[in-house]
Design a protein. Sequence first.
Length: 320
Amino acid sequence: MRFFASLFVCLTLLMAPPAVATTPLVVGYSDWPGWVAWEIALEKGWFEEAGVAVTFEWFDYAASMEAYSAGQLDAVCMTNGDTLVTGATGRGSQMMLINDFSNGNDMVIARPGVSSVAELAGGKVGVEVGFVSHLLLLQALESAGLGEDDVELINVRTNETPMVLASGDVDAIVAWQPNSSQSLQMSPGSTTVYSSSNAPGLIYDVLAVAPESLANRRSDWQKVFDVWYRVVDYLAVQENRAEAMRIMAGRVGISPEAYAEFFEGTRFLSRAEAGERYVEREGLDSLWGSTRLADAFNVRYGVYDTPQDVASYIDASFYR
């Protein structure tokens, strides 16, 4: 009888769902397609299936970084450049996975009558100085043979750029979605003269995790990593697109049709593609090269004073 009782217990354990840690990992995320896509896993119960407890908390982007710096989160969704900012000024993190890179959602938008970056020479550009939009503007100016001294920068919060462009007080603004689309809508005849699609890899969107959480709960983060690539694989199937847009649009309160436009400007990376970008080399096709460029930009514009050790912010081990 003891044998059969033991056999019954073993079979019960084998059939039971994976054990889940009682304390959930807490992740901050915000309104960007590469991060809103986590909503698919949440709605479909994929974290529960993987046996990992995760709570995703919704923030405005800047507030998510502040909450992370204050120790309220185990991880936060940020750009690679902003991982350096939070690390230099508040709390370090490690980029354990790349969600995507911006492929058109970040834009330099010119007023009606201006059709190229070169035509901005001598004009005014509204941009949030010291942030990623500023970095995109520098790339745009360089592509046209111009420098920062060739334009007058007007410091404008990104969420105010649609109104500023519509006011006629500037010749162009720099913004990301949804502010970039709003800028185009509010200023009929305005034109996108440069976007992140012209500099793929300038802006990587990542999941940045507290080093102590990564060390203490590595097996749980491995499950989160695997769930993310279940999301990516799901998004790669065209037949899933309508449902995906419904889920993602529902998170931000717009129509699936409108959200599909934002989605197209986001380049989701497969596991293999992201792993290639974790290889250390210069250039925007590497997370290392892109992050070093962001570090030089941050120091130049006084975001922080001391260059950061980029290697300490990158954990490529999940791709190996």
